[in-house]
Write a protein that binds this ligand. Structure first.
Ligand SMILES: [Zn+2]
Length: 210
């Protein structure tokens, strides 16, 4: 897809266990259907890991109705959110990813959809428990908070920043034109917010590193 063709972001759930489903298992499942690997552009697993599926230049395979595959980014969270709840860290990563994609691709908030909101799509995806969050995100009604579990994980990750700084240098060399993002990332690293910085790096790579 060309950047200017991407007008929507569509969010899915994997309809499988939130904490046991891996990116690899989704990729394998989609290949078994004869697809060219994972049909989504991004997958966020239960522990908040962000995985790059298809490159954004490649049309996804996630929302057929209304020609949506040809004009959208597909993001899946592992879980069955008809019954399960998304984890705090999943939602936090999703929010960062959405903010970045929206800024980079100039996508208006109202074009961030749950799969079931795509015109003519008849599916419960991404489940009510996630759809509720998407609606709040769209209406800008999310309350920011750092859950205890995340604070603890961040403390763990703050012990050593050296690997991250090397990656930052590589990113800097490759994305010279994206200074704003880079400086944001740098601030995160300087603030020792390593976990968030990692997501930035993944997003920067996914969006710009062509
Ligand atoms: Zn879906």
């Amino acid at each position: 897809m060309k950047k200017e063709d991407i007008k929507f972001i569509v969010i899915h759930h994997s309809v499988s266990s939130r904490d046991k489903t891996t990116f690899e298992s989704i990729d394998k499942y989609h290949r078994s259907k004869g697809w060219n690997g994972c049909g989504y552009h991004f997958v966020i697993t239960g522990n908040g890991s962000l995985h790059n599926g298809r490159d954004l230049t490649v049309v996804g395979c996630h929302a057929r109705d209304d020609g949506m595959n040809y004009k959208s980014v597909g993001i899946a969270l592992t879980g069955d959110f008809r019954t399960e709840l998304p984890s705090d860290i999943q939602l936090r990563v999703l929010k960062i990813l959405l903010n970045k994609l929206r800024n980079t691709l100039s996508i208006p908030t109202e074009n961030i959809l749950g799969h079931c909101e795509v015109k003519n799509a008849h599916t419960p995806c991404p489940g009510n428990n996630l759809l509720k969050w998407i609606k709040q995100y769209r209406d800008d009604k999310l309350i920011d908070s750092e859950p205890d579990t995340l604070r603890q994980e961040n403390l763990e990750l703050r012990k050593d920043n050296s690997g991250l700084k090397i990656t930052l240098n590589q990113c800097q060399q490759k994305c010279q034109k994206k200074q704003k993002l880079i400086s944001e990332l740098k601030t995160r690293i300087d603030n020792d917010d390593k976990m968030v910085a990692r997501f930035f790096i993944k997003i920067i790579r996914a969006v710009f590193n062509r």
